[in-house]
Design a protein around this ligand. Structure first.
Ligand code: NCD
Ligand code: ZN
Length: 409
C-alpha cells in the first residue's frame, strides 16, 4: 500500500512524501511508483492510541461493545485502544481476563489492550493473570471497583511489577463520603487528597503510578512531585466546564471526576506540558442510563477533533498532539511497534484535514450510546482516512472496512 503526497513529521520536521507500507509495517518514505491512496491536502499522524476507554463488553453491551466501540475508535482516529476493567463481570480475575480476551478477539476491529482491575484482595489473581497494566480505583465510580484502604493500596503498589503502569482513579473515598454528608458536592479536594496519598505511597514503594483523568493544575503538579508519576488528561476537563456545559447538559454532564469550574478548566491548560497522555475516558451510557444518573461521557469520536480545533486556535502544537496521543501512550504501555511513523513500526495512520470545518452530531457516530456532550460544536480539523496495518478502514470520515484487531496488551 502506498499513501501518496501526505504531509507528516519525519525525524522532527514536516515532510511531504509517499509512505510505503508492506506486510502491515512501514517500509519506506520517498517517491514510489504504482497505485496508491491520494492523501493530498491531508496531514498524516501516527495511528493514535487511546489508553482510557470503557467498551462495556461483557455485560453492559446495550451501552457499547467491542465492535461498536472499536468502530467509534477508528472513526475518531484511534487505531489502538486500551479497555478498562469495570465491565460485568469486572476484569479482576485470570478467568474474566481470558473471557474478555476471547470476546475482543472476535469483535474488535482496531488493535486493543485490556487493563486488569485491582480489588481489595485479588493479589493471587493478579499473579496468575500477569496483566501488563492494572487499574485501581481509590474512590467509587461506575462499576464499584473500589480499593479505598491504605493497606490494600500499599500492598498492590508493592506487589504489582514495578515497571508496569498502575493506573489510578484518584478521588479519595473517605473524602467523597464526607463531602456527600456535608453537601459539598464532589469537589476537587477529593482528587488532591487522593493524589497526595497515592504519590507518597508510590514513592514508598518506588513505583510508577499513572494518574487517570487529572482535572486541575494543582493535581497535576502534586502528582509530579513523585518523579515516576505519569499524568493523563481528558478532553472533557479541558474543553467543558461546570458553569457553561453543566447547565447546558444537566444530568448528561455527570462524570467522575466531575467537570470543574471555568477558572480551573483554564488553569488546566497551563499544566499541559506536564501531562503525559490524553485519555478520552470514553464512558458511554445510554440516554436512559444518563437520565437515571449514570456518570461518564462518550469521547472517542471527538477527542482528536477537539485538539485539532485547539491547534487551529493556536492553543496547542501538532507535536504535542502526536506525542500525547500516540508516542507517549505507546512508550508508557510498552507498545513497541506503535506510536510512530518510522520504518518497522505498524503501518497505522490517522489522516486528518486540518482545515475542514464540521458540526459535531451524534447522528453519524459509531458509538452505541447515541449522544455526545459536544453536539452542535463547530470544529476545525477532522479525521478523513484511517489506515490500520496497511488497510484503509476509514474513508471520507466513515468506517468503510472491518479487519480483525490484534491484542497488544
Ligand atoms: C466511568 C464509567 O462510566 O465507566 N465513568 C466516569 O464517570 N468516568 C468510570 C470511570 O472512569 O471512573
Ligand atoms: Zn474511566
Amino acid at each position: 500500500m502506498i499513501i501518496k503526497n501526505a504531509k507528516f513529521y519525519l525525524g522532527g520536521r514536516v515532510v511531504s512524501k509517499d509512505i510505503l507500507i508492506e506486510n502491515g509495517k512501514f517500509k519506506g518514505f520517498g517517491k514510489f511508483k504504482g497505485e496508491g491512496i491520494d492523501a493530498k491536502g491531508l496531514f498524516a499522524l501516527p495511528g493514535l492510541i487511546d489508553p482510557h476507554v470503557h467498551l462495556r463488553d461483557p455485560g453492559l453491551t446495550s451501552k457499547e461493545d467491542f465492535r461498536s466501540g472499536t468502530r467509534a475508535a477508528l472513526a475518531g482516529g484511534f487505531t489502538t485502544i486500551l479497555d478498562m476493567p469495570n465491565t460485568k463481570p469486572p476484569t479482576t480475575t485470570a478467568a474474566t481476563l481470558r473471557k474478555k480476551a476471547e470476546i475482543a478477539k472476535k469483535k474488535a476491529v482496531c488493535d486493543y489492550g485490556l487493563h486488569f482491575g485491582a480489588t481489595k484482595n485479588n493479589f493471587a489473581e493478579v499473579k496468575k493473570a500477569k496483566p501488563k497494566s492494572m487499574k485501581l480505583c481509590m474512590g467509587e465510580t461506575t462499576g464499584k471497583l473500589l480499593v479505598d484502604d491504605v493497606y490494600s493500596t500499599w500492598r498492590h503498589f508493592e506487589k504489582f511489577p514495578k515497571e508496569k503502569p498502575l493506573l489510578l482513579h484518584a478521588e479519595d473515598e473517605e473524602t467523597l463520603r464526607a463531602m456527600e454528608k456535608l453537601k459539598k458536592g464532589r469537589g476537587e479536594v477529593a482528587e488532591k487528597i487522593a493524589v497526595e496519598k497515592a504519590r507518597m505511597l508510590a514513592a514508598q514503594a518506588n513505583r510508577v503510578v499513572y494518574f487517570a483523568h487529572t482535572t486541575t493544575f494543582e493535581a497535576v503538579h502534586l502528582a509530579k512531585i513523585w518523579g515516576r508519576s505519569l499524568v493523563e488528561a481528558t478532553p472533557h476537563h479541558l474543553f467543558l466546564s461546570k458553569e457553561k456545559d453543566g447547565k447546558r447538559l444537566k444530568q448528561f454532564a455527570n462524570v467522575y471526576p466531575p467537570l470543574r469550574s471555568e477558572a480551573e478548566r483554564r488553569e488546566l491548560w497551563g499544566a499541559l506540558y506536564f501531562v503525559d497522555s490524553v485519555g478520552s475516558d470514553h464512558a458511554p451510557h445510554t440516554p436512559q442510563d444518563k437520565e437515571a444518573g449514570a456518570a461518564g461521557l462518550p469521547g472517542l469520536e471527538t477527542s482528536l477533533a477537539l485538539f485539532l480545533n485547539a491547534y487551529n486556535e493556536g492553543r496547542v502544537e501538532l507535536p504535542w498532539i502526536i506525542n500525547r496521543m500516540a508516542e507517549s501512550p505507546a512508550k508508557i504501555f510498552g507498545l513497541k511497534t506503535k506510536g510512530r511513523i518510522g520504518k518497522g513500526y505498524d503501518g497505522d495512520l490517522t489522516l486528518v484535514d486540518l482545515k475542514e470545518k464540521w458540526n459535531v452530531s451524534a447522528d453519524g457516530f459509531e458509538s452505541k450510546c447515541g449522544w455526545t456532550p459536544y453536539e452542535g460544536f463547530r470544529l476545525k480539523g477532522r479525521v478523513k482516512k484511517v489506515i490500520l496495518k496497511g488497510k484503509l478502514v476509514v474513508d471520507g470520515s466513515r468506517v468503510v472496512k472491518e479487519i480483525k484487531g490484534k491484542r497488544v496488551l
